[in-house]
Design a protein around this ligand. Structure first.
Ligand code: NDP
Length: 321
């Protein structure tokens, strides 16, 4: 048993649920924060059957007082900040809300740790979206070229973490994670939408599946693999930033084809391209190089695209995640 206490901000999301499970398995006392713990759905924690083991609390990362009070009250050894308006598409509609939740939220947590005068370690959820289009596989030295309000906010948060580490000696790390999926992805995300669509059509529904640009290419991994990397970063002797990816890139069309093949269907008969779903500016290619994570953390993605699609469609066919 580790005897450590962790505070996970954004515990209700996909990664929050898998990280909670991982930390519980490691013997942590897990405190999970949602903006409004009274009203929030803890469906993901329920799905993983750990709702009663996570102590939930209300924290809004955009409100310094709320962060400070939680840090004082809980006294965590490690904080994982996963809270964010996390949709790239929605960030074009709500840029200010996105910037506030990510950039101000990260700053508030860094400040709260600084005021706590305790050696609290911080994991900050960065994003591969910061790189923009990746002609070659992006690593920790690749310059940022953000192309959405979401990516701009994540780039600012990355530099906040780097600055507080350098200026104040905080143990703070950014994980620059490429896309990672699971049945716990909210329905708005295209991968979940595809898995649900394939299962729905396999059950006899005749309505088509409408998608935007299926030519985009991404490096897709399995979320439970990725939360292991988050934890591992905070166990190192020195804080650092890491790119976390599978190292493989595939098109969304391949994702769709694999999903329909899982249920014995040809995707071309069921998928319609909808220009209304195109984004103002979308990345063509996401490609990551996780060599540093492999070398320093001993981390490697265990699951590749085919496994990810297969597990997501299977969960939908079983009617549960
Ligand atoms: P989710 O969207 O599933 O969860 C994010 C959580 O943040 C929500 O549960 C929500 O909790 C909270 N949140 C939502 N909007 C706001 C807001 N405006 N202000 C404050 N908190 C908010 O994200 P994931 O679990 O998929 O991702 C975790 C983190 O990793 C996020 O920061 C995301 O941007 C980042 N990331 C994710 C990747 C992925 O592929 N999944 C890739 C790279 C980075 P509540 O409503 O309970 O307060």
């Amino acid at each position: 048993m580790s005897g450590k206490k962790a505070l996970i901000c954004g515990v209700t999301g996909q990664d929050g649920a898998y990280l909670s499970r991982l930390l519980l398995e490691k013997g942590y006392e897990v405190h999970g924060a949602s903006r409004d713990a009274q009203a929030a759905s803890f469906a993901n924690l329920q799905t993983l059957k750990i709702r009663d083991k996570v102590q939930v609390t209300s924290v809004n990362v955009t409100d310094f007082r709320s962060v400070m009070q939680a840090v004082e009250r809980i006294g965590p050894d490690e904080i994982y900040n996963l809270a964010a308006q996390s949709s790239v598409g929605l960030s074009f509609e709500q840029p200010a809300q996105t910037l506030e939740s990510i950039s101000l939220g990260t700053l508030n947590i860094l400040e709260a740790i600084r005021f706590a005068h305790r050696p609290i370690r911080l994991y900050s959820a960065g994003s591969s979206e910061c790189f923009g289009n990746c002609d070659t596989a992006a690593d920790e030295s690749t310059p940022f070229r953000p192309r959405s309000p979401y990516a701009i906010a994540k780039a600012a948060a990355f530099w906040e973490v780097a600055n507080y580490r350098e200026a104040y000696g905080l143990f703070a790390c950014t994980g620059i994670l490429f896309n990672h999926e699971s049945p716990l992805r909210p329905e708005r995300y295209v991968t979940r939408k595809i898995a649900m669509g394939a299962a729905r059509i396999a059950r006899g529904d005749t309505e088509k599946l409408y998608l935007g640009n299926i030519g985009i290419r991404r490096d897709w991994g399995w979320a439970p693999d990725y939360v292991e990397a988050m934890w591992s970063m905070l166990q190192q002797p020195t804080p650092d930033d890491f790119v976390i990816a599978t190292g493989e890139t595939h098109s969304l069309e391949e994702f769709v084809a694999l999903a329909f093949a899982e249920v014995g269907l040809d995707w071309k008969a069921h998928v319609v391209s909808d220009p209304a779903l195109l984004r103002p500016s979308d990345l063509e290619t996401g490609r990551g190089n996780p060599a540093k994570a492999t070398q320093v953390l001993g981390w490697k993605a265990r699951h590749r695209l085919k496994d990810v699609v297969s597990m997501m469609v299977a969960a939908e066919m079983q009617g549960k995640s």
